[in-house]
Structure formats: C-alpha cells, structure tokens
Design a protein around this ligand. Structure first.
Ligand SMILES: [Zn+2]
Length: 728
C-alpha cells in the first residue's frame, strides 16, 4: 500500500520534473526571469547547467570503476590514460602527466619521506580444501586482498581468534604456522597474529576498518583494508584476505563440530619503489594566467570505489569538458584566471604536487576538492556536505560556493536518467578527511573546501559500485564546482562589491548563529560553571567576528591592485559582534545580579600569554608528527606525546594540533592560539558517523588544558619545528 502510493507520487514528480527539465533545456534564455541572486550572470549559469551531463559523468564512473587504482601502480596508470584520452578528445588544453620519482625534491619536508610503493598483484586466491570452495579471488574482487599484502603460499589449518587485535584473543590458541580468522583491523591482526604469535597469514571477515556500524544490513559487504606499505619495527607484514561477514560465518560453521579446516592461500604480489603520477589539465586564463582556481579529486582506491572517488574524478572530467566546450563555442567568455584540474593519489599525490610546485599557494585563489560527490540519497546516506575553510584561513570561497548552492536550489536539476531526489546540502565544519586539508594548511594557504557525501554506508567496500552513483546528484555537484571555479576565475574589481555583499550576509548569519550558541551555553550550564561559560562564549564571539572580518578582507586577494572599499561592511560586522557581546553580558547580569567577571589567568595561562611561537623550518603543519626530530626527545617525552595524541585528554586532537600550528604566525601569543582553537569546531572523526552539525558548545568540548599545550609546544621546540619567543 505504502509502496504503491509512493510509486504513484514518484511518477507524478518524475513527469513534472521531466517537463520542467525539458522546458529548462528548451528555453533557458528566452523566458524572462526575475533578477537572479546568483553571482554568475543568468545566461552563464544556465549555459553551465545545460552543458553539464550527469549521464556522461556516470559513464566515466562506470569506466573508472573497472580499474584497480592502486597508487603508483599499473591500474592507476590505466585510469590516468583513460582520463587523459578523454580530456584530449574534449579538446581540453594543457593535458599532461607529472611524474614524481622517489628521489624528487621535497621542499615541504624537513625530513625525507619515502613515497608510496607500487603494488602489483598477479594472483591471489583463498580456497577451502575440504569441502572444496573458492572463498576469495583477487581477479573477481580485488578488494578481497588487503592492499600491500606480501606474497605467500600457505596450506594450513584455520584458527578462529575472535576480534584478534589484543593478546587476550590468542590465549590458549596455537596459531603458529596456521591461518587466523579475525574480525578486527587487518593490519593490527597481522602485527599480533603473524608478527607476535607466528601465524602464517590473516583472514578478516565483516566489520569495517572505519566504523562498526558500516555494513549493518549488508552481510555480503567486503570492506577495504590496508597493510603497512613499509616494514614496521623491522618486520614486513604478511598477507590478509578480507571476506564478508557471511563468508566468515560459513568458515566458522565449518570449524564448529570438526577438528580442522584446511585452507590454501596463494598470493603472488610485488612491491617496488615507483613514481607517483599526477594528471593535470588547465583552461588558461587571459589577463591573469598565473593566478589559478584549482579543482581536484583523488583518482586512487581499490576497484570499484565508485563514489570514492570515481565520482569526483569523473565530475572533474565532465566539468573540464563542459567549460572548455562553452568557452570554445563562445557561450562563455574566456576567464581571466586559469582553471586547473588535478587528478592524483589522495594525500601522497597532493603532497607530491605541492613539492613539485612549492609556491602554488601564492598563486591559487581557491580550491575545491571533489571526493564522493554522486551518492544516491538512499536511507542511511548523508547529505552533500560542503566543508568550510578552517578558522585559520577564512575566505570568500565559502559564500561563493553557498551562492551557487542557492542557485541550484532555485532550479529543477534532475538528470534524465538520475533520481528525482530533492536537494539536500549543508555547510559543514572544516574536516581533515581528504586533500583539501593539506591545501588549506597554514603552510600552503590555499582556501579549500570539500564537496562530499557523508555518512556513506558503502564507503570503502565492494558494494560502492556505479549503481550507487546518481546522475542527478553528480549534475548538482558538478554545477557547484564548475560555477564556483568559473566565477572565481572571472571575477574582477567591478564585481567585488557584489561578492562582498554575499560575504557580509553569510558572515552576519554566522555571527547570529554564534550569538545563539553563546547565549544557550551560558544559560545551559550549572551555576558553578557560569563564569567559565561566559568567558568561552564571549571569546568565541570575538573569535568568530575576527574570522568573518578575515573572510571579508580575503576579497582583496582577488584584486590586490584595485582594493574595494570594505570598511563600511567591516564596521557593520564589528557593530554586530559588539551588540551580541553586549547581549551576552546583559544576560549574565540578569542571571547573576553581578557584572560579568574579568578574566582571571591561571599561571599556565599567564605563561602562555608571554610566549609567541614561530615556525623554525618549512613543513606542512598537518604532517608535524612526521617532521618532528623525535631523537631529540627523551623516552618519557615521547611517551607523553603519544599519550596526548592518542588519549582522550583533548577531543579532536588530530586536527586541533595542526590548527594550533596554522595560527602560529610569529605574532600571536600561545594563549591567543589556544583560545582560538578552543572556539573552533570540527566535524569529522574516524569511527563516528554522527550526521548532525550543530556545534558542540559544551564546556567539555571547549576546554584545552593550557599546561598540556605548553608541554606540547616545548616538545615541538625541542624537536626543532618551532621556537618559542618571550613577548617583549
Ligand atoms: Zn575519497
């Protein structure tokens, strides 16, 4: 009944959508439209929307998912060749592959890092001898072999070790020379079972490398796992087969009621040093070709990895093809700045590109990272998320992107073969989960945002196939990317007041939102914590006002020679912040009958207020742990650091420490830096598929213990990354 009703209404929606779609296609220019709120001219946005095709993009997704796109390996190379050929056929200029050998210069590193090796698998199969049965085959599903598995041929009995990630799982079990069946993270199981207890190899079933919730309701799901690409602690990993929960159950069923189950595991694979390939293409700018807008997406991952990230890679191809066609045909004016496209290995490829072009931050005005941009919005799948730039790097980019989102929201955008889902997009806090993180790093300084969908129940699994990619959602993502890039590549001094108004409006909304959080924080805490809450709330208002003034000021980056007058809007933002702070203070008086307290500094706070950190060497902040001279630290200092970075003292420590370094500019005090990072909220954390976005303003989430920050900075100084200067 319900299904029937849904089908009927769906039919009506589709009919209306198709009608609207055809009308939009037939008459995008003729129909008189109210003045558009879009930053782009109406004819430009209509032309971009019309030329982009979700169907074409999905065709490329289908092609790309046929490749096992292991970094620096033949499948990745084949995918690069496919894209390269497609770009050439589309007439996109400046298509070439950059290749970074293992001896390439690394100006962004203090200490040389080995790149990712290539990993070529000729054969990998796991079989049961009796009853004879094929359990996993690399040819069929390459995801069944954990990446960087080493070669081996083993005929051995199977031992079930449960989760297999702690020594307790191995008590009273003889695994020596045997294959172990576990449910934990393959790399850890390998370290313990093979490295610690002498097992011959690893089989992991069900579960997930990321979240225990992933895979619920999908018993045939096989999750993607990765072993150490390099020897760790003097030991090379062995191999790990990864099988579904159902297949694991079949093995456990066989083990029950019989003494042994004999399996044959056969892995023929090679690891070698190999260059990283980065594919790039560019639509050159006319008057400012040295300035660029960067669109990027990672091409690597196991087959099929459709949404992650054949979707982003294909979206980039379709955006490049469409913009090039529109410009060549004269439907769009050639932009002033260059629009550059980048397809690379996540992390390693981006860092390779930055090392090969160490000054790219200086001439890149903005970047959009497309990673998982085409999901069908089925139950369990999160909305499209657009992550803000970090608070350390406020930018006009956020409101430019949100303007394009608004535009897409006022149009019927369904692709003919795509879904009729409605737009579901939200602006999300800054996150560390893809390449935008490195670009927006304080060292590089490129305002960068991520377009992605999260949570995605099929992420890093065999069932992330092309059937999960929706041409309609691809169309919307591609429009946001193409329109933003084209606008920022074109925008000149005369359009900047309009952009400034956009930033002013967005900034005012965010300030208002912060006022709501600040007031509710102070009202929500028990009386003994009220003064502390007032301090946090007031400082957050100040911090957000600074950030938004920074976003407004960033507009001058687009026309350094013709600075628009931003003073009236800046005064407006300052006045709003002052009014919000006054409202907060007034509420404090009402609640307590006292005037708001002056800040009392602890001795640690006072020490931090006298210290000004400055970077001593050039490194990408998010990679500080790899750059630190750990030999300079004592064993107990190293232990403290490990505890701080992996323990529970500081939530989101993985992103907050790099963000502290992002704020280091040789002028800010350590106290100011700590205060700013305690005001900032981040969304992404591994193993957490929380889908909401209201900032956690609880005091617990805001507290960053100053004594630990002082110790951390002392160790960073000892490890030769920064110097701490006494403030004069
Ligand atoms: Zn990805």
């Amino acid at each position: 009944m319900r299904v029937h009703g849904m089908r009927r209404s769906r039919g009506v929606v589709v009919a209306v959508a198709v009608l609207a779609w055809s009308l939009a296609r037939l008459a995008p220019v003729i129909v008189a439209q109210p003045q558009s709120s879009c930053l782009l001219a109406g004819t430009d946005s209509a032309a971009i929307l019309d030329e982009l095709s979700g169907i074409r993009a999905k065709d490329s997704v289908i092609r790309l998912t046929g490749f096992t796109r292991t970094p620096a390996s033949s499948g990745f190379h084949d995918a690069v060749e496919f894209l390269q050929e497609s770009l050439r056929q589309a007439g996109v200029p400046d298509v070439h592959v950059e290749s970074y050998g293992t001896d390439a210069p690394q100006p962004w590193s203090v200490r040389r890092r080995p790149g990712l090796p290539s990993w070529e698998v000729r054969r990998a199969e796991l079989r049961s001898m009796d009853p004879p049965r094929r359990i996993a085959s690399f040819e069929e599903e390459p995801i069944c072999l954990a990446r960087y598995s080493r070669p081996g041929h083993v005929v051995a009995d199977l031992v079930d070790v449960g989760v297999g990630v702690s020594p307790a799982d191995y008590v009273n079990k003889d695994v020596r020379g045997k294959l172990v069946l576990a449910t934990g993270y393959a790399n850890r199981v390998d370290e313990l079972a093979v490295g610690g207890f002498g097992a011959a190899g690893v089989i992991v079933s069900g579960g997930s490398s990321y979240s225990p919730r992933t895979g619920w309701g999908y018993p045939d799901m096989v999750n993607w796992q990765v072993l150490n690409p390099r020897a760790s602690g003097g030991r090379e990993p062995s191999f790990a087969f990864v099988i579904s929960q159902d297949e694991g159950e079949w093995l456990r069923e066989q083990l029950r009621g019989r003494r042994t189950l004999r399996l044959e595991a056969d892995v023929d694979a090679t690891l070698a040093d190999a260059p990283q390939e980065v594919l790039t293409a560019a639509i050159p700018g006319t008057s400012h070709p040295d300035e660029q807008v960067l669109l990027l997406g990672h091409l690597d991952h196991v087959r099929p990895s459709a949404n992650d990230n054949a979707s982003g890679s294909s979206a980039l191809l379709e955006v490049a093809r469409s913009l090039q066609r529109l410009i060549r045909s004269g439907r769009l004016v050639r932009p002033a700045r260059t629009i550059r496209f980048l397809w690379m290995t996540e992390g390693a490829g981006t860092v390779g590109y930055l090392n090969a072009h160490p000054d790219v931050g200086g001439h890149t005005v903005a970047a959009l990272n497309l990673d998982m941009v085409g999901e069908y919005l089925v139950p369990g799948t999160g909305p499209m998320r657009l992550t803000r730039t970090p608070d350390s790097l406020p930018s006009f980019l956020v409101d430019t992107v949100m303007n394009m989102v608004q535009h897409v929201d006022t149009r019927v955008v369904f692709d003919p073969t795509g879904s009729d889902s409605l737009l579901n997009i939200r602006l999300a806090p800054f996150s560390a989960n893809s390449d935008h993180y490195t670009l927006a790093d304080g060292a590089i300084g490129i305002p960068a945002m991520l377009l992605h969908h999260a949570p995605d129940p099929f992420h890093h699994a065999n069932i992330d196939g092309p059937d999960k990619v929706d041409p309609t959602e691809m169309h919307r993502s591609m429009f946001i990317a193409a329109a933003t890039a084209y606008y920022l590549a074109r925008v000149g001094p005369e359009q900047l007041p309009r952009l400034a108004a956009e930033v002013y409006g967005g900034a005012s909304m965010r300030l208002g939102e912060t006022a709501r959080e600040a007031l509710s924080l102070m009202d929500g805490v028990p009386v003994p914590e009220r003064d502390e809450a007032y301090g946090f709330a007031d400082r957050k208002l100040t911090h957000v006002a600074d950030r938004e003034l920074g976003a407004l000021a960033s507009i001058s980056r687009l026309a350094p020679e013709h600075l628009p007058d931003l003073k009236p809007l800046a005064s407006g933002l300052t006045a709003q912040a002052t009014a919000h702070r006054a409202a907060l203070a007034s509420r404090y008086v009402t609640l307590t009958g006292r005037r708001p307290p002056l800040r009392v500094l602890s001795s640690g706070d006072a020490r931090a207020e006298r210290l000004v950190p400055r970077k001593k060497v050039r490194f990408i902040n998010e990679r500080w742990q790899q750059e630190l001279q750990v030999d300079a630290l004592t064993a107990s200092e190293r232990e403290w650091l490990t505890q701080y970075m992996t323990g529970t003292e500081l939530p989101q420590v993985y992103i907050r420490v790099p963000e502290m370094l992002n704020f280091v500019d040789g002028r800010r005090t350590l106290l100011d830096i700590r205060d700013r990072v305690s005001s900032e909220f981040f969304d992404w954390s591994v193993g957490d598929d929380y889908a909401g976005h209201y900032e956690d303003m609880s005091l617990a989430a805001r507290r960053i213990g100053i004594d630990s920050v002082l110790e951390l900075m002392r160790l960073l100084e000892k490890g030769e990354l920064i110097v701490l200067e006494e403030r004069k």
